[in-house]
Design a binder for this molecule. Structure first.
Ligand code: NCD
Ligand code: ZN
Length: 345
């Protein structure tokens, strides 16, 4: 008998949709399965004002149509105006604000260097209940790339949360057991997103037997003990952990390069992979919480009322190896194992 699973329609709480020809090619891949997504603002130039967020939302909706709701974010800079942030939130244009430490990742040059300069914005966000989404890595060149998340918690995140206890914070795309423990020990004002790919790959997948540019993302995948801690957290039923795919497409020529871009493109097969990971952990019953319930609960939004059905086949399901876009082909994340679950409805 075919096994099937019907769950509330999922949302993606961390997604890169890019712009222009890339947006047109890849946005349908998320809109097909997800009802809503938190849209990252790291365009070139970044989305820094409410007016820019509104214009970007319209460009996304023109591609996806009304069945998909992009939840917009502003890119926090040292000159962000607290009043513009609060006004954009009150008028429903934005759902959150994104903090990139300057230079941490793709298109983050306008990010924050001196955290004292954003104090007033963070205070205003705490008062208005606007979540702060953190790219949790320090950029100090002295700090080893594999330690940057753990050091961010001590040097940046914990001081911000102590200084502004009412601020609601999402630690984005966590990759370490340290981050899992930090969230577990914190109050309900802190949550974390976990990506699909960090539940699947460790740093060996990236580096052993040849460098695999399509497994390179930031924060970089860590050792296997950390991956296991992420799987335990995602499948635990703890409502502070939810899906943010960080699906981050780059054209293949930008990935397969002497200086390849960071980002894994998981939108097309994310739900198939997650069903596999949760089933393997014996926790298929926790999938709905992770992909469809914990996120809206943290963001204080209603859960979706539509559903989605996944079916498990006896033989592996196929998915495209690449998605063609007007900006060039983009390779779809290969989990390295056959997938049996697929979205049927
Ligand atoms: C993201 C991108 O390409 O925009 N890359 C990535 O590796 N995750 C940026 C980000 O979220 O860090
Ligand atoms: Zn991202």
């Amino acid at each position: 008998m075919t096994q099937s699973l019907t769950i509330l329609r999922p949302d993606d709480w961390h997604l890169h949709l890019r712009d222009g020809a890339m947006l047109a090619g890849i946005a349908p891949e998320s809109a097909r399965h997800f009802a809503r997504a938190i849209i990252m603002p790291n365009l070139v130039p970044p989305v820094v004002t409410g007016a820019q967020a509104q214009a970007y939302r319209e460009r996304i909706c023109a591609v996806t149509g009304p069945a998909f709701t992009p939840l917009m974010t502003l890119y926090l800079t040292e000159t962000t105006d607290p009043d513009d942030v609060v006004a954009a939130h009150q008028s429903g244009i934005i759902s959150a604000v994104k903090l990139y430490p300057a230079g941490a990742t793709t298109n983050s040059a306008s990010g924050v260097r001196d955290f004292n300069k954003v104090r007033a914005v963070l205070e205003a966000m705490a008062e208005a209940g606007i979540p702060l989404l953190c790219h949790g890595e320090v950029t100090d060149p002295e700090i080893d790339i594999f330690d940057r998340e753990a050091v961010f918690i001590d040097r940046v995140l914990d001081p911000i949360r102590r200084a502004t206890p009412k601020l609601r914070v999402v630690m984005e795309h966590i990759t370490t057991a340290n981050a899992v423990a930090y969230v577990q020990d914190a109050t309900d004002s802190l949550a974390a997103t976990i990506t699909t790919h960090h539940l699947v790959i460790n740093r060996n997948h990236l580096l052993v037997g040849g460098i695999r540019p399509h497994y390179y993302c930031l924060p970089v995948a860590k050792r296997e003990t950390h991956r296991r801690a992420l799987v335990d957290a995602a499948t635990s039923g703890d409502r502070r952990f939810f899906l943010g795919t960080d699906s981050a497409p780059h054209a293949d020529d930008a990935k397969e390069s002497a200086c390849g871009c960071a980002g894994c493109f998981t939108a097309p097969n994310t739900l198939s992979i997650l069903a596999h990971v949760f089933e393997n952990a014996g926790k298929l019953d926790q999938l709905e919480g992770f992909v469809s319930q914990n996120g809206p609960d943290f963001y204080r939004m209603p859960q979706n009322d539509r559903t989605i059905t996944l079916e498990k086949s006896a033989t592996p399901v196929s998915y495209p190896a690449k998605i063609g876009t007007g900006a060039g082909p983009v390779t779809v994340f290969d989990p390295g194992f056959p997938l049996y679950w697929r979205v049927v409805d």
